[in-house]
Design a protein around this ligand. Structure first.
Ligand code: PLP
Length: 464
């Protein structure tokens, strides 16, 4: 069962074959670590589950847009799902072929549409008739034709968290299916536009296949209807959203093996999803056997492949409550503060068998009470200086990091087998402060008591 992307070896937590303690000694804490072995496993498993189907897997960069992560998938044949010009540039820079890029997002600007056209991407997932009009204008001005899939809203409740459901009629995403149908039937020729497909994405962190089936059935019915009316559609984009297990409840396994097991649980979910998709595509009644397919998984491929490693700064008892204050904060990993998300907390040193757990609050140093990772979480004894890891921190984690409280962005490390590489260095203070500029009326002023000949102000003046 156990794949050993994460494991205790001689009592030390490892990612692939690398001891996380050694990485902490090298780059300091907090830091993110991703296992390339887990990334590759996740991608291959997904691709194999869909084998035989004409599928392009467009990794959703928003989950984790480090160049090394994107390149890892691109090397296995992945395309990319991007939602901004920045993500488009990241995908191209990492070597994703433009012909495997889909550009989604509810608010693409004219400049972003132009960037996609200039790159020659596979498909724009258009989310409103206004966007279609703008894309038509931009493409016509450039003398090119934009390949388009209309993202329809299938009005399906994904049954996931309120903040990450996207497929209901009352959500801002997609175009109402009836409106899309009527429009396409009434406007068969749109200058600069070639409508090639239909797309859906009903939400993120879905753990049940049923809402997918309903949404895909609705999408396929519309596709069939429009093809029957003579529209030359050829592609179905099923979006992303397959969920992972954040709570690793497996009795009888140690904490590291439970984190590892979560990767296998994702495999089981992928198998059920792929079987459902295959059933729909291969069912002759649906008449979509010849359609090209696009999938946009994000979290599934990276979520359980990453950990955030942190050090305990202080342990303090306030009345009956014990607080473990760590050097990672909500600026590094915002999911618990933002969504009340759960991340397992795993000590880097394996606790002895039979160690008593005690409930503690694990909190960061930021001056917000929401900078709390876990309340009354039963943990083995934790002391000042100890190292802990948050698991399932590969998706929507580093990408949402900020410098709030003027805390520099943490570094990212990729491990593969016994090798490791720093794939993003810790932001240094000069870079962080150096992004600010003084207006000319303050430039000449030096606050009383300051030393104008020293420090960053002078360096910036020199650099400007
Ligand atoms: N595709 C689209 C259009 C999305 O909006 C998202 C996430 O918000 C994804 C794909 C990726 O979702 P996930 O990471 O849950 O697979």
């Amino acid at each position: 069962m156990s794949s050993h992307f994460f494991s205790y070896r001689e009592g030390r937590l490892h990612a692939s074959d690398v001891a996380l303690e050694a990485l902490a000694a090298e780059v300091g804490t907090p830091f993110y670590c991703y296992s390339a072995d887990a990334l590759e496993h996740g991608y291959r498993f997904f691709a194999e589950a869909l084998s035989g189907l004409p599928a392009t897997i467009c990794y959703a960069l928003k989950a984790n847009s480090n160049q090394a992560v994107i390149r890892t998938f691109a090397a296995l044949g992945a395309g990319a799902d991007v939602v901004s010009e920045g993500e488009l540039r990241r995908a191209l820079a990492a070597g994703v072929p433009a012909q495997k890029i889909v550009f989604a997002g509810v608010g693409k600007t004219g400049n972003e549409l132009a960037a996609g056209l200039d790159a020659g991407i596979m498909q724009f997932n258009v989310e409103s008739l206004s966007e279609l009009k703008l894309l038509s204008e931009v493409a016509t001005a450039r003398g090119v034709t934009a390949p388009v899939a209309l993202r329809v809203n299938p009005d399906v409740d994904a049954g996931t968290l309120e903040k990450i459901t996207t497929g209901r009629a009352d959500s801002k995403f997609g175009i109402d299916a009836t409106q899309a149908r009527d429009f396409l039937l009434a406007n068969r020729e749109i200058p600069g536009i070639r409508v090639e497909g239909l797309a859906v994405h009903i939400g993120s962190q879905l753990t049940d296949v049923a809402p997918y089936r309903l949404a895909f059935e609705r999408l396929i019915a519309l596709y069939k209807d429009l093809r029957g009316a003579g529209l030359p559609l050829k592609r179905l984009d099923f979006g992303g959203g397959i969920g992972i297990d954040y709570r690793h409840r497996v009795p009888g396994l140690d904490a590291a093996d439970r984190a590892d097991h979560a990767v296998s649980q994702a495999d089981a979910r992928v198998s059920a999803y792929a079987e459902m998709v295959r059933g729909l595509i291969e069912d002759p009644k649906n008449g979509v056997g010849d359609a090209e397919l696009v999938f946009e998984p994000g979290r599934l491929l990276v979520g359980n492949a990453g950990m955030l490693v942190t050090r305990v700064i202080y342990v303090k008892d306030n009345g009956p409550r014990r607080f473990v204050i760590i050097d990672a904060a909500m600026n590094d990993l915002i999911r618990p503060s933002l969504y009340e998300a759960w991340h397992e907390i795993i000590p880097l040193r394996a606790p002895a068998a039979g160690t008593q757990l005690r409930p503690v609050d694990v909190v960061g140093p930021v001056c917000e009470s929401t900078d709390t990772f876990a309340k009354q979480r039963p943990l083995p004894p934790v002391g000042e200086g100890d190292l802990l890891a948050f698991s399932s921190a590969g998706a929507y984690s580093f990408v949402m990091a900020s410098t709030y409280n003027s805390r520099p962005l943490p570094p990212e490390i990729l491990v593969r087998g016994g090798r490791h590489a720093l794939v993003r260095a810790r932001m240094d203070y000069d870079t962080m402060i150096g992004q600010d500029r003084l207006p000319d009326w303050l430039e000449a002023e030096s606050p009383e008591g300051s030393d104008p000949s020293a420090g960053l102000a002078r360096e910036r003046r020199g650099a400007a």
